[in-house]
Design a protein around this ligand. Structure first.
Ligand code: DI6
Ligand code: FE
Length: 392
C-alpha cells in the first residue's frame, strides 16, 4: 500500500464490531485518510511512527457540548450547595439567562479566548472532534456570533468542530415563548444555514413544549438541516419520540425516557446521547433506561455536555468513568459511546472507526488494556493525537 504516514507496532481498538481489537496492528494514512487499519502489512514511502505497543483508538468525539459561553456560574453552584434549586435560580433571573447576558456582551474574539482553555482540556483527553452548540445568544446576531466563534476554534487548534444551532434553548427576556419561536423559525434558522450543521432545542417544563420543538424541527427540515433534541432530562414530555419522528440524529439526556420513546428511537435509528456528567452535577437519581435501550438496539453515545450551569466538565475520560460507575455501562459501550456511536450521533460517517476510507483521526494511549481508559479519573494517559493524518 502507498501511504504518507504509518503508525505501527501498535495495538488497535478499531471500534469495528465492538472494540475490534488488533494485537499487532498498524494504521496507514494518505492525504489525511486511513488507507489501512489492521494487521501489519508492507507499506511504501511513509513517515513511520513506532508506537512501542501502545494502544490506538479513533480520536475521541464529544458529541454534545455548550463549550462556547462567557463567564461562569460558580456563584450559582454555591447557592445550590446552600439549598437553592436549579429552577429557583432560573426563576430569579439566574440560570441560562445569566450566561446569556454575559455572552451577549462578549465579542466573538472574547468567546474564542474563553473557550480555548476548555477545548485544550478536552484535547488532552484525546478528543479530535467536538460538537458545540449555540444557545446563549438568543438573538439572531448573538446566535450567529456563537456559531462563528465555535467554528473559528478550528483555526486555533487541530480539531474538528461540528456546530449546532440551539436558539430554542430559553425564552429571552424581550419575547414570550411563541413569539420567540416565530423568530427562531422565520429568521434565525434561515440565517444559520451554512454555519450550523444541525438544529437542537431544549424540550422541558423550564424550556419549550413539544409543539414548539416541532415547529423548530419543521423549519430546520425546510432548510435541509438535521435535528436533535434535549429530551426527557427532568421530566417525560415525549420529546424523544417526537425527535425520532423527525429522524433526529440523536435525543440527549433521556433520564425520564419511556418504552414508547425507546421504540420510536429504535425504529428511526436515533442515537441516545447520554450525559452522566449532568446527572452527577444535578444529583439526579433517576437513571436513563440503559438496559431497555440496550435491549432495543438503540446506539448509545456519551458526551460531556460541558456548560456553565449543569455540567462544568471538560474531561471526556471522566465521563467514561461516570458512565461505567453511575450508569453501569460496559467498557465496550463506554468506548463505542465516544467513537463509533458518537460519530453516528453527529451524522458523520467519516470518523469514529479505524478503517480504510475514514479520516485519519487517532488517539495514541499509554495504557496496557482498554479498560484503563474508563478506569482512571483525573489522569489522562494520552500519548499523542492525530487529526487528518497530522500528529500533534
Ligand atoms: N440542558 C442542560 O442541562 C443545559 N442546557 C440544556 O439544554 C443547561 C445549560 C445551563 O444551565 O447553562
Ligand atoms: Fe446540553
Amino acid at each position: 500500500v502507498r501511504c504518507d504516514a504509518v503508525w505501527t507496532n501498535a495495538r488497535l481498538m478499531t471500534m469495528r464490531e465492538g472494540l475490534g481489537v488488533v494485537e499487532d496492528g498498524m494504521v496507514a494514512a494518505r492525504d489525511g485518510y486511513i488507507v489501512h487499519a489492521g494487521p501489519r502489512i508492507d507499506v511504501d514511502g511513509a513517515e513511520i511512527h513506532d508506537c512501542q505497543r501502545r494502544w490506538i483508538t479513533p480520536g475521541l468525539i464529544d458529541p454534545h457540548t455548550h463549550l462556547v459561553f462567557a463567564g461562569n456560574r460558580a456563584h450559582e453552584f454555591q447557592m445550590r450547595l446552600d439549598g437553592a434549586s436549579y429552577a429557583d435560580i432560573g426563576r430569579a433571573g439566574g440560570g441560562i439567562l445569566s450566561t446569556v447576558r454575559l455572552t451577549r456582551a462578549a465579542s466573538e474574539d472574547e468567546l474564542i479566548a474563553q473557550a480555548l482553555p476548555r477545548l485544550d482540556a478536552l484535547l488532552r483527553d484525546g478528543v479530535t472532534t467536538v460538537e458545540i452548540k449555540s444557545g446563549y445568544g438568543l438573538t439572531l446576531d448573538d446566535e450567529l456570533k456563537m456559531l462563528r466563534a465555535a467554528k473559528a476554534l478550528e483555526h486555533h487548534r487541530l480539531v474538528r468542530v461540528v456546530t449546532t444551532l440551539l436558539a430554542a434553548h430559553a425564552v429571552p427576556p424581550e419575547h414570550d415563548a411563541d413569539s420567540y419561536i416565530d423568530e427562531v423559525c422565520d429568521r434565525i434558522i434561515p440565517a444559520a444555514v451554512g454555519l450550523a450543521d444541525a438544529v437542537d432545542a431544549f424540550c422541558e417544563g423550564i424550556g419549550f413544549t413539544p409543539a414548539q420543538a416541532e415547529r423548530v424541527f419543521q423549519a430546520a427540515q425546510a432548510h435541509g438541516l438535521p435535528v436533535k433534541l434535549h429530551a426527557e432530562q427532568l421530566s417525560n414530555r415525549n420529546g424523544a419520540a417526537l425527535a425520532a419522528r423527525y429522524n433526529a440524529l440523536s435525543a440527549d439526556h433521556l433520564e425520564y425516557l419511556d418504552n414508547a420513546g425507546i421504540h420510536e428511537m429504535a425504529r428511526s435509528g436515533t442515537v441516545a446521547t447520554l450525559l452522566p456528567g449532568a446527572f452527577y452535577v444535578m444529583r439526579e437519581t433517576r437513571l436513563p433506561p440503559i438496559a431497555a435501550l440496550r435491549a432495543a438496539g438503540v446506539s448509545m453515545a456519551l458526551a460531556t455536555d460541558c456548560n456553565p450551569g449543569t455540567a462544568p466538565i471538560t474531561s471526556l475520560l471522566a465521563i467514561l468513568n461516570m458512565a461505567a460507575t453511575l450508569f453501569r455501562m460496559t467498557v465496550e459501550e463506554c468506548l463505542l459511546g465516544v467513537t463509533a456511536h458518537a460519530a453516528r450521533a453527529l451524522g458523520r460517517s467519516g470518523i469514529g472507526v479505524l478503517e480504510a476510507g475514514r479520516r485519519c483521526d487517532l488517539a495514541v494511549w499509554d495504557i496496557g488494556e482498554p479498560a484503563e481508559l474508563v478506569y482512571w479519573l483525573g489522569n489522562s494517559p494520552l500519548h499523542a493525537r492525530v487529526v487528518n493524518g497530522k500528529a500533534v
